[in-house]
Design a protein around this ligand. Structure first.
Ligand SMILES: Cc1cc2nc3c(=O)[nH]c(=O)nc-3n(C[C@H](O)[C@H](O)[C@H](O)COP(=O)(O)O)c2cc1C
Length: 337
């Protein structure tokens, strides 16, 4: 399949694996890139720029396909040394960066000087337009369904994607709630040039996380995510568990006076406990509503091949079938999942 995104990044299929804390290691990124998508190493999971340089080198040993690095600009007072992280990315020869969180404006000159293509992930049309204006090459438009930080506008992708299509000149991918061929075809129909998946990629054989995490994703339904930290205007969509229920009790008790220190235990240092130790009740970790569509743990290649084969069937048979007036049984849409 050829779209503005496959052309921009030199990949076979318009499928990106979004940056994921404690998931986006070299194994994950290489598996996605080897399967024809775009894999991303999560920059800040590496505690120092030197460790990121090593992770990039490890990934290069595992794939000769294009891969990228996610750089998340956190809303913290003591910022990580971003210029050094960018230097590690440039010296590692990586040519694609997914930025997220705050606007990457301040770092665009350094990224562009390294010949890097920048795709900025954001949750609103106004932030997408800002990304276009500051020279980003593409946008990842992240709807309210998404795992992680959906922003504060609560705008689902059925509205956000067509709105982005109306306003943007640069290509964009649909992010949040994407799981299968149906998601991809719908995203393309709404004007996107591909899709970005987070949660779905965790439930794959290669995802370097504890088996408990993958099993929890298969077992959970679309009703099992919760929004936390709304009062702090740092809303995050997470998978419910005992730690999250405790967090929500604290949030209810504190109301608008909630401070980050009140929930420190339920949000800080949770990722290694969940992803490495498999402690599923440790606290808040990002997970999208799309968890309700995850029923198996395929290899990344099986997942991507299935998406592309089903997408072709949906487009050539189901959709053109409507135009041709052929009778369609509802079961046909269910079978393609
Ligand atoms: C476990 C997990 C960790 C994530 N960590 C990050 C991160 O560190 N930086 C970032 O930009 N996005 C992060 N995300 C968001 C994903 O990159 C992606 O935008 C999101 O998962 C898309 O929604 P989906 O989960 O419905 O596919 C994370 C998502 C998950 C599920």
């Amino acid at each position: 399949m050829k779209t503005a995104i496959t052309e921009l990044f030199g990949i076979d299929y318009p499928i990106i694996q979004g940056g994921m804390h404690y998931v986006g290691f070299a194994e994950m990124a290489a598996a996605v890139s080897n399967a024809g998508g775009l894999g991303l190493i999560t920059g800040l999971t590496q505690r120092t720029p030197e460790l990121l340089a090593k992770e990039i080198a490890r990934c290069r040993d595992m794939t000769d396909k294009p891969f990228g690095v996610n750089l998340t600009f956190l809303p913290t007072f003591t910022a990580p040394p971003y210029p050094e992280y960018i230097a590690a990315i440039r010296e590692g020869g990586v040519k694609i960066v997914e930025t997220a969180g705050r606007s990457p404006e301040q770092y665009m000159p350094a990224l562009k000087a390294g010949g890097i293509k920048v795709i900025h992930k954001c949750t609103s049309v106004r932030h997408s337009l800002k990304a276009e204006q500051i020279g980003c090459d593409a946008v990842s438009v992240d709807g309210f369904e998404c795992g992680g930080h959906p922003g504060e506008d609560d705008m689902p992708n059925m509205i956000l994607l067509p709105r982005a299509a109306e306003e943007l000149k640069i290509p964009f991918v649909a992010s949040g709630g994407m799981a299968d061929a149906r998601s991809l075809v719908a995203a393309l129909a709404m004007g996107a040039a591909g899709m970005n998946m987070g949660t779905r990629f965790i439930a794959t054989k290669e995802a370097p996380v504890h088996q408990n995490v993958k099993d929890a994703l298969v077992q959970a339904s679309e009703l099992d995510t919760r929004l936390v930290m709304r009062a702090l205007r740092n809303t995050e969509r997470v998978l419910n568990n005992r730690g999250v229920e405790h967090l929500l009790e604290i949030e209810r008790a504190k109301g608008k006076s909630l401070k980050i220190d009140d929930i420190h235990e339920q949000v800080a240092g949770v990722y290694p406990k969940v992803m490495i130790d498999g402690d599923m009740d440790a606290g808040a970790w990002s997970c999208g509503m799309v968890v309700g569509l995850i029923r198996d743990i395929p290899t990344v290649k099986e997942l991507i091949d299935r998406i592309m084969a089903d997408a072709e069937r949906i487009i050539r048979q189901r959709l053109t079938g409507f135009l041709d007036g052929a009778e369609q049984r509802p079961a046909a849409a269910r079978a393609i999942a």
